[in-house]
Design a protein around this ligand. Structure first.
Ligand SMILES: CC(C)(COP(=O)(O)OP(=O)(O)OC[C@H]1O[C@@H](n2cnc3c(N)ncnc32)[C@H](O)[C@@H]1OP(=O)(O)O)[C@@H](O)C(=O)NCCC(=O)NCCS
Length: 260
């Protein structure tokens, strides 16, 4: 077994280290074109290389080396399964107070066959998180280091509740939405919630996932004691949000954009 791996450490921000692990194609016993993941299972890969985990080997299929963004046990952390917020918050939602009908019935703990609803983690970078977001708006070219730095910032603030739906068979993210809590001095130092970036992958639309995400985040904002929850949407989506009790405000949404 000839596993040629090396860590390339790049300093990212204050403390995060990005490690790229390259494994020579010569690891294959047969054809040099056989994907590594066909030859070895995750467990074997982990034990051969000393990596903590492997993420989306297929993403790098066309490269001369498998470049798994991962972390070795003796290196700093980069992409991992640490949730951006406490997962029990989702599981403990009072789903009985949800006002939107689901047929067939689904819930945060049972979102459908082969699906899981959970907080975002950095490993989702290689599970197509940005691919889903790009169906909503321009995402730009984000590196794992930029993603991790932003994730850490959001997690540290404690105000970002980014949820994802993962297809556990394909290990792909198929939907996401975010609740942000904003702190106020008004209303006795109250909190308000904002719903942002609601998007369901086009191949999974019509399976009630959009409804599940918005219902879950609306209930979560209540649980977090927000005094109100708001969102901005295009006129074509007004009817969708009305299902959850959102009404169009008499106030006008204003913006000032700063071109680069
Ligand atoms: C809008 C979006 C999130 C809905 O997700 P989805 O998973 O396809 O929706 P669901 O299967 O949960 O549908 C829920 C219900 O809303 C309805 N619905 C879906 N999209 C709707 C829309 N744009 N307007 C009105 N109703 C809509 C469905 O008919 C369904 O109705 P029913 O419960 O009476 O059967 C999804 O279409 C999407 O990602 N669109 C692109 C990104 C986007 O526009 N996001 C919103 C940003 S504000």
């Amino acid at each position: 077994m000839n596993v040629n791996h090396k860590c390339i450490k790049r300093t990212c921000g204050e403390r995060v280290e990005a490690i790229t692990l390259s494994i020579s194609w010569s690891v294959h016993s047969g054809s040099s074109k056989t994907p590594l993941s066909n030859t070895l299972d995750d467990h074997q890969l982990i034990s051969y290389t000393g990596c903590h985990s492997f993420i989306s080997l297929w993403e790098y299929f066309t490269r001369p080396f498998f470049g798994c963004v991962c972390h070795r046990r003796d290196c700093g952390m980069l992409l991992n399964e640490t949730p951006i917020f406490e997962p029990s918050l989702l599981q403990e939602l009072d789903w009985s107070s949800n006002t939107v009908p689901f047929s067939p019935p689904i819930s945060p703990s049972s979102p459908g066959e082969g699906l899981v609803l959970r907080p975002l983690c950095t490993a989702d970078f290689h599970r197509g998180f940005f691919k889903v977001l790009s169906q909503l708006t321009t995402t730009g070219d984000v590196t794992p280091e930029q993603f991790t730095k932003k994730f850490d910032h959001m997690k540290k603030s404690g105000d970002y509740y980014v949820v994802v739906v993962e297809d556990t068979n394909l290990r792909r993210i198929v939907a996401t939405a975010t609740l942000i809590t904003e702190h106020k001095f008004i209303h006795s130092c109250a909190k308000r919630g904002r719903v942002e970036e609601v998007v369901v992958s086009d191949v999974c639309r019509g399976k009630q996932l959009g409804k599940l995400l918005v219902s879950a985040l609306t209930l979560l904002s209540k649980k977090l004691e927000c005094y109100k929850i708001t969102l901005e949407c295009s006129p074509t989506n007004v009817a969708f949000y009305q299902k959850f009790g959102y009404t169009a405000s008499h106030e006008t949404y204003m913006q000032c954009r700063f071109p680069n």
